[in-house]
Design a protein around this ligand. Structure first.
Ligand code: FAD
Length: 384
């Protein structure tokens, strides 16, 4: 048996959950977790609800790297960036030297997409996808910052808008979509969230994009494609995330939208696996917590000697717009059927129904969000 360790790259939810699940099954095999960051364990979803709770980055950390290493009897190499994978030599090259592996797990996460912006302050636009990003954002968000421009009305943009208005700031939310969360919600439900956040102080600029960000009077001036000019003390971009595929691509692994794996989380190289935001598992890119937990449990069993395909139940996404809660389970891509939307007192109930009457998806806003569990039971599994 190869005495080289299992190497996991990434200290996010995917990397650490896998380490924990694997250790529950195998106390012996050495595991080395390598990460470019400090290796602090935190719940990433809290990044977009922490302002209203007045939490700094350090408040979100539940255990540091040394605690995680001791807890799971693994080695954690922090501030170590993997620069290349050598599948033939079963080694990775890091900025701290080479490391051999028996099996390699890519838990690399996703990278923020940067919108194409012109203007002399385009590089001052922030995005938040890590604890370090959040610390930078918090440092810039002084009392003097009263107006924030937010680019991207998707899940993360809406959650940050919801969080920022609760700190008394004015938010301009800008994006080309017809309504917020347009990939998750049909029009009536999206419009309901839009109206609720507008009542809380969010000004919407939909159907247009930001073209230019320039420095102006100690802050910024944004020029939109429809000619609107806005000012802001801070600009935050949340236009989306893209699976981190660069390392895999350079190592000639199969990459599509994410790092392609089969249901056992195995990439096109039989000794390399991938999970979490970087992975495309059986054709699905699901950058959410619940799929990571299911994938980590299955992969732990496979690495411990029992090949186990991952199964996904129906997994609705809960959007943490606490001022007007939303839950959404979009229908499978390309599914036949149509949305049936219904306004209820204080919210919207939307159901995606197949021609044979089967429920394939839903979207619930406001008072209807409480029906999530009941409707989830009626949905088919995502991957049986
Ligand atoms: P990450 O947490 O991004 O971890 C990637 C790790 O890889 C990092 O440690 C990084 O340092 C390391 N790394 C990358 N490249 C290298 C390299 N070359 N060398 C060494 N290390 C490297 N999901 C939900 O289900 N519900 C929610 O409410 C929700 N809210 C969210 C709110 C926000 C603001 C964000 C950003 C995401 C949210 N998500 C939510 C998504 C969820 O948080 C992610 O799906 C999940 O945290 C991703 O975990 P991960 O381990 O795959 O990636």
């Amino acid at each position: 048996m190869n005495s080289d360790p299992i190497v996991i790259i990434g200290a996010g939810l995917a990397g650490y959950t896998l380490a924990r699940e694997f250790r529950a099954l195998d106390r012996e095999t050495p595991v080395v977790l390598v990460t470019a960051d400090a290796g602090d364990f935190y719940a990433k979803p809290m990044l977009s609800t922490a302002l209203a709770r007045q939490q700094a980055a350090a408040d979100l950390v539940s255990a540091d790297a040394a605690v995680m290493a001791a807890r799971h009897t693994i080695a954690v190499r922090t501030h170590t960036r993997v620069e290349a994978i050598d599948p033939a030599g079963r080694a990775v090259r890091t900025d701290q030297g080479p490391l051999r592996y028996s099996r390699l797990v890519l838990a690399l996460g996703a990278e923020p997409i940067h919108p194409p912006l012109q203007g002399d302050a385009a590089t001052a636009v922030l995005s938040v996808n890590s604890l370090d990003d959040y610390a930078r954002f918090r440092a810039r968000l002084t009392e003097a910052v009263r107006q924030v421009a937010l680019i991207g009305p998707g899940l993360i943009g809406c959650e940050f808008a919801n969080d920022l208005v609760q700190t008394g700031r004015r938010v301009n939310l800008i994006g080309p979509d017809p309504h917020p969360l347009s990939t998750l919600l049909p029009p009536l439900a999206g419009g309901d969230l839009q109206a609720a956040l507008a009542r809380a102080g969010v000004a919407w600029h939909l159907g247009t994009v930001v073209q230019c960000v320039d420095g102006y009077a100690g802050g910024y001036r944004l020029t939109l494609a429809d000619g609107t000019v806005l000012t802001a003390d801070l600009v935050l971009s949340a236009v989306g995330l893209r699976p981190a595929t660069g390392l895999a691509r350079a190592a000639q692994l199969q990459v599509n939208r994410g790092i392609v794996t089969d249901r056992e989380l195995r990439s096109s190289d039989p000794r390399i696996y991938a999970l979490g935001d970087c992975a495309e598992v059986a054709g699905l890119v699901l950058p959410y917590v619940m799929p990571i937990q299911h994938a980590a449990r299955a992969l732990a069993k496979t690495l411990a000697g029992t090949p186990t395909p991952v199964a996904y139940p129906a997994m609705p996404v809960v959007i943490k717009t606490t001022l007007h809660p939303v839950a959404a389970a979009p229908p499978p891509r390309g599914a036949a059927g149509s949305w049936e939307e219904e306004a209820v007192e204080g919210g919207v109930r939307a159901r995606f129904v197949a021609p044979d009457g089967a429920l394939l998806g839903f979207a619930l806003t406001g008072s209807a969000a409480g029906e999530r569990q009941a409707l989830t039971k009626a949905l088919p599994p995502l991957l049986e």
